[in-house]
Structure formats: C-alpha cells, structure tokens
Design a protein around this ligand. Structure first.
Ligand code: FAD
Length: 466
C-alpha cells in the first residue's frame, strides 16, 4: 500500500525513511512539531556559534549507512581523531578502558579490580551464570570491584539503579570485551583494543544537522514536503486518516502507511479506536531520562584535547564534557571555545527542577575539582538547554512491554515504528537512519516475503561504537 505514506517526525530516522521513499517516487507527508528538522541530531545557533544538542560523533560499522552519509555530506565530512578519557579516583584514564589495563589490575585501584576480572573470567568459563540484569551481566564479566568503581556509579548517573536495568543495556553499550572475545584476542596477539572502539569518527564541517538538511533537500527536490510546526492529534486506523494541527488549523490526511518516529507512548495515545488497556499500560511503563546541557563560552582556544571526558563519580553533577570545537573548529568563531556540560536527570528530579544558576554553580565546583577550569579560565557567559526523553531506560522488563506494543501495532498492518523514541531503541544516528531506510524498504517492496516483525529484529542488535 503506497498511495501516501505519512511520516511522523523529521528527525534523522523519519528523514531517512522519507528520502528512500521519495527516491522510489512514493507520495509522502512528513509531520514535524518543531520549526526545525533533525530532532536530537539537530543544531542550533547561539550568537556566532553553531552547537549540537551534546556533540554527536558519527561512526558505524554498517558500511552501507556510512557510504550514504559520505555521499550526502561529500567533502564536508571531516575525519576526526578520537580521544576520550574517564576520571576515576582523582586520575584520568583513556576510555574505553583497555583489556591490558583490566588484566594488569586496573592501575587506578591496584590489583583488586584486575583480580576480580580474572576471577569473573574463570568463573564464566566454568559456570553458566544468570545475566538477568545490567548489574549481573557486568559483575559476571568484570568482577565486583570494577563494577562498583566504574559501571555502578555511571549507570546510576545516567539510567538509574543497575539492578533494575536490563542486561541488554550492557550488551549494546559497554565497549569492553566479553571473556570469550578477550581469549580470542590474547591468542591472536591483539590484546588491548576493544572491538567496538574506533580511533576516529566522522563529523560534518558545519554541524551534525547537515545530514538532516541534505536528506530534506533530496526529499524536497522530489516535491515532497515537510510540514513543520505541525502535530498529529488523532490517527483513525479504520478510515486510515491522520488528523493534524498547526497554526492555521486542523486538517486530515489520508494514509496508506504510517512510519512513526515520535515517542511510542504518544503514538499509542493518538489511536482511534483506542488501543487495548494492556497496550496502553505497557506504553506507560517505558521511561526516559532527561538531559540538561550547560554551554559555557570560554575565552581561550580549547580546554582539552579530548572528544569526550566521562565522570562517573557521584560527587560531580555532570557525567560528560565535550567541546564543539573538538568536533569541528568551523562552528565556533574567534579565539574562544564552547564547553558542553551534560547532566542526566530523572524526570522531575532535583537536578531537572533546579534553576540554571544552581546547576551552573554546581558544575563550576566540579569543573574546578577535576582541573578543567582553573583560576585563569575566563567564562564569558553560559546558557542552559533542557531535553526531555533523551535516554530510553532499559528497565528489566522493558522488552516484554515493548513486545506487547509492537505486536499490537503489527496487527494493524500498516504502522511501522522506528527511531530512538519511535521504537524505544537506545540507538545512535546511523542506527536510526538504518531503521528509517528499512521501514521505507518494507513499504516499497511490500515486504518482499519478509514480515515486518522479522525484519525489525535486527534493530535489537545495534551496538554502540565508542
Ligand atoms: C546528548 C546526546 C548525545 C548523542 N550523541 C550521539 C553521538 O555522538 N552519535 C550518535 O550516533 N548518536 C548520538 N545520539 C543519539 C542520536 O541523537 C539519536 O539516535 C538520533 O538523533 C535519533 O533520531 P530519531 O529520528 O530516531 O529521533 P529524534 O531525533 O528524536 O526525532 C524525532 C522527531 O520527531 C519529532 N516529534 C516528536 N514528537 C512529535 C509529535 N508529537 N509530532 C510531530 N513531531 C514530533 C521531534 O521533534 C523530532 O524531530 C545522542 C543523543 C543524545 C541525547
């Protein structure tokens, strides 16, 4: 059914879907609530500076997606050497932590963590242990010492209690090898480099929004429009009509299929007839973490050489620092740098509700303690951005709840959910693009013998490359 595909959301997933459909000359309408495109991988202007919502590095092992990004951005795609560190117990270490460091006793704590890792390794070879939670998964592979020092505080800061988080979070986001992988590397002599770590990343010269802009240009070149500042208010699944609203009023659009990238619980709430109570309940159980970004304009060329620096320890309000100039020097004019301080919050917690002034003051205390700013550092000004729904929380039972929702949507036959919030998948940009292309391909090929349920299985296996 290809008469008119309605795409909800003009983030990178929705635009990728739109791009592929427009290539195949399929009529489409993209509905976007904001005045700009790009969603989380957009940029904004502040005075002479162009800034990401937390700098976004591009790296993927999916060659076809990387090729598409290269074709879209052309010579403006910069290759940036990657350097990241983590601060633990008053010292900085390279990140991700190498296997040698783990085996030789994690220099920052003496032998205890390394021994724990060795014991966990030996135990894992003998006994098949339960990996029900993030906590169990990590302890079974790295031992309690390393868990308590690194993984526990980091998880608590970003996602919540590690005992209540799903093991799949660790599988997709921990850039340190499993025991089996470790043994293979020791045998092959390549013992220090995590397979899901890279030495470089890619970045568009004028900001990550360039990818979305290029996708939108291609869509618009085919006379397909993106309706900004427009929201869906109802999806009638019997008449296949989406009612949308914008400044000029309300109108209805006929759809043959919908590709949705808006938060999955919002989508469920739009449906008429109503989704079954079990589905509504399951959608309400999926939680997110919010993010506060403090941007500080500093009167000096750079503060550090790293792409990112991570701070798991509780005493610091922030969990990550970066400078936009570490991604592209073309985005910040003059002899200044803009520091981005990331503070992850639970919905409505103390940090989320704190004033900009309080957050800034706490950030400054921490920045002095970690020696990023000193007595001579001149902060010209600062400003704060708040993002809701920044991180999907992979709670222990999230997969069962998600399956309840997805099974129901599958039963409707023509609604495809993709993207970070769309299908509640803790993915990066390349993954979001892949999901958009896959949904478009499903519509173009009318499945080509593949059920959507089977095709979307691959979304569960995306792995972050640090
Ligand atoms: C701080 C941070 C740093 C990150 N860093 C990286 C990185 O370094 N590398 C990387 O690859 N990935 C990174 N990511 C992840 C990346 O941003 C996402 O994977 C990607 O942007 C997801 O794209 P999407 O299209 O699925 O979702 P979104 O970008 O959320 O797009 C959804 C779109 O839908 C719109 N929308 C929402 N609700 C409605 C509605 N009701 N009606 C109409 N429109 C609606 C939104 O405005 C948005 O435009 C980072 C994410 C965060 C939060």
């Amino acid at each position: 059914m290809k008469e008119n595909v309605v795409i909800l959301g003009a983030g990178i997933a929705g635009l990728s879907a739109g791009y592929r459909l427009s290539e195949a000359s399929i009529p489409l309408t993209i509905i976007e609530k904001e005045s700009i495109i790009g969603g989380m991988s957009s940029c904004f202007k502040y005075k002479d500076y162009t800034l990401d919502y937390g700098p976004h590095k591009i790296f993927t092992r999916m060659d076809d997606i990387m090729e598409k990004i290269r074709n879209l951005i052309g010579k403006d795609l910069l290759t940036v050497p990657k350097k990241s560190r983590i601060r633990l117990s008053g010292k900085y270490y390279n990140f991700p932590v190498g296997v040698k460091e783990l085996l030789t006793g994690m220099p920052f704590t003496g032998l205890s963590c390394g021994m724990g890792y060795m014991l966990a390794a030996m135990k894992a070879m003998i006994i098949k242990s339960n990996d029900d939670s993030y906590e169990e998964y990590i302890i079974n592979r790295f031992g309690k010492g390393t868990f308590n020092l690194v993984f526990k505080p980091y998880a608590e800061k970003i996602w919540g209690h590690p005992g209540e988080l799903s093991a799949s979070l660790a599988k997709s986001r921990v850039a340190i090898p499993s025991i089996a992988e470790l043994v293979i590397r020791m045998v092959s002599g390549n013992s220090n480099k995590p397979a899901i770590s890279a030495d470089v990343f890619y970045y568009p010269k004028n900001g990550v929004i360039e990818i979305s802009e290029k996708l939108a240009e291609k869509i618009e070149a085919k006379n397909k429009s993106i309706l900004n500042k427009t929201v869906p208010v109802q999806i009638d699944t019997q008449s296949n009509m989406v009612t949308v609203r914008n400044e000029t009023g309300q109108t209805s659009v006929k759809y043959s299929s919908i590709i949705s990238t808006i938060p999955i619980d919002e989508l469920i709430n739009l449906l008429k007839p109503k989704a079954p109570d079990t589905v509504i309940l399951a959608s309400k159980s999926l939680k997110h973490r919010n993010l506060v970004l403090i941007y500080m304009v500093i009167k000096q060329p750079r503060l550090f050489e790293d792409s990112f620096i991570f701070y798991p320890e509780e005493k610091y309000i922030f969990n990550r620092l970066s400078e936009q100039k570490g991604f592209s020097e073309f985005m910040i004019s003059g002899n200044k740098t803009v520091l981005c301080v990331e503070i992850t919050c639970a919905e409505n917690d103390e940090k989320w509700n704190a004033s900009d002034e309080v957050l800034f003051k706490k950030a400054i205390e921490g920045l002095k303690d970690v020696e990023i700013i000193g007595p001579d550092t001149e902060i010209e000004e600062y400003f704060v951005k708040r993002l809701t729904n920044a991180y999907p929380v992979y709670a222990i039972n999230y997969q069962q709840n998600l399956e309840v929702i997805l099974d129901f949507l599958d039963s409707l036959g023509n609604i495809y959910v993709v993207g970070r919030q769309g299908i509640f998948n803790y993915c990066g940009m390349a993954d979001a693009m892949d999901m958009g292309f896959t949904a478009a391909e499903q519509i173009i090929s009318e499945g080509n013998g593949f059920a959507w349920k089977d095709r979307r299985k691959k979304f569960e296996n995306y792995v972050t490359v640090d």
